[in-house]
Design a protein around this ligand. Structure first.
Ligand code: ADP
Ligand code: 3PG
Ligand code: MG
Length: 394
């Protein structure tokens, strides 16, 4: 795979680059929430504009079934203009067509133009050849900086890319691949994994690959209850993944010695109840585990915070952290991750909710070696799945 710096500076001069970015961020009433994905695209944009290359940014936002202003990328153009040094980012209401062509013609040689949400065209997700051709027709160079969408075989991530002689990975994509490949293939030991969240199904592929390499695996969040059930403990009404009980059984048999599970919990009859009950081991009938308990927090935090070398990968909150009463586990794990980083470990965080948890704990991005921009894509990459958006760059 070739990256931005592998192309001679003069090859950028006076050219037009189509840059697939992932600006799929949360926008409410026109206001952007977490803008990490937008900020992570800045190095690539600045690199190109400094070399007098016009930048055409293309992204999706959400999963719209039709054109709807709620899913417009226009607020992102405003945000980008605020954070890009001395630069006004232009926005066009379409992703293809004459209007776009005219905007590009009128763009200064170091200008930046953001196209409207690609998914306003159903052709995008169908990887439609005609749509791909139209997208590709605007530019001389194709750049993928959207690691987090590279598991999708869409026009902008795949079809359009096939039509360029010069196709490169951007800086964000490069950083993601470097860190995640290290985790997948050669993690610095000791290697600790922290898994939480809800859906075991989404994490199985990554776990299959990482379990043999890991020295310790800490499992919390709703994911833990399927493991505890498999060990014969009572889990009350806690979330359980029946479809994957067998897989969990087998994993416990094979890797049980390195897997650490919660020994105590905060439980409640329902998530709205603000006065949870503390319980050890078995969860009473009718109760759900919504957070790990103090002993588990201590055990997990000691495992993480004492690390002075090695690697830690964390995906999935330790509880229903959106509710303050069930956020203690997630907050403490986030703080222990920061401690592990300050003491010399390489730490990686993946997953949108995990990042929210980290923010809630007041842990900044600078207290983690790498915060992945990907959700599904990160897990798929760690599982070793083929990623069309990366495959086509090779
Ligand atoms: P990520 O987005 O970081 O990959 P997931 O999507 O897998 O994480 O899981 C996040 C969700 O899991 C959060 O909404 C959180 O509230 C929920 N969750 C974690 N633990 C529990 C639990 N014990 N019971 C119910 N929901 C939980
Ligand atoms: C994500 O948020 O994981 C990416 O932007 C991909 O979005 P998608 O799952 O709607 O394809
Ligand atoms: Mg999530």
């Amino acid at each position: 795979m070739r990256f931005l710096q592998d192309l001679d500076d003069k090859e950028y001069e006076g050219k037009i680059a189509l840059v697939r970015v992932d600006f799929n961020v949360s926008i409410r009433n026109g206001h952007i929430g977490e803008d990490y994905r937008i900020r992570m695209s800045l190095p690539t944009i600045e690199y190109l504009t400094k070399r007098n290359c016009k930048v055409i940014l293309a992204s999706h936002l959400g999963r719209p079934i039709a054109h709807h202003t709620k899913y417009s990328l226009k607020p992102v153009a405003h945000r980008l203009s605020e954070i890009l040094s001395k630069r006004q980012v232009r926005f066009v209401n379409n992703s293809i067509g004459v209007e776009v062509e005219n905007e590009i013609k009128n763009l200064p040689c170091d200008g930046v133009l953001l196209l409207e949400n690609l998914r306003f065209y159903k052709e995008e997700e169908l990887n439609d050849p005609e749509f791909s051709k139209k997208l590709a027709s605007f530019a001389d160079i194709y750049i993928n900086d959207a690691f987090s969408t590279s598991h999708r075989k869409h026009s902008s991530t795949y079809g359009a890319a096939t039509l360029f002689d010069i196709k490169l990975g951007g800086f964000n994509l490069k950083k993601e691949i470097e860190y995640l490949t290290m985790i997948k293939e050669n993690p610095m030991r000791p290697f600790t994994i922290v898994i939480g969240g809800v859906k075991i199904k989404d994490k199985i592929g990554a776990l299959e690959n990482l379990l043999p390499k890991a020295d310790k695996v800490l499992i919390g969040g709703a994911a833990a209850y399927t493991f505890l059930k498999s060990k014969g403990l009572k889990i009350g009404n806690s979330i359980i993944d029946h479809d994957h009980l067998k897989w969990v059984d087998q994993s416990l048999k094979k890797y049980g010695e390195k897997i650490l599970l919660p020994s105590d919990h905060l439980v409640s009859s329902n998530p709205e109840n603000t006065t949870p009950i503390y319980c050890m081991e078995n969860i009473p009938d009718g109760m759900c585990g919504f957070d790990i308990g103090v002993n588990t927090i201590r055990t997990f935090s000691t495992q993480l915070g004492s690390k002075t070398k090695g690697t830690v990968f964390w995906n999935g909150p330790m509880g229903l952290f959106e509710k303050d009463v069930f956020s203690n586990g997630t907050i403490n794990i986030a703080k222990s991750m920061a401690l592990a980083y300050w003491r010399g470990s390489t730490t990686l965080i993946g997953g949108g909710d995990t990042m929210e948890g980290m923010k809630k704990a007041g842990v900044s991005e600078n207290e983690v070696s790498h915060v992945s921009t990907g959700g599904g894509a990160t897990l798929r990459y760690l599982a070793g799945d083929k990623m069309p958006g990366l495959f086509i760059l090779n």
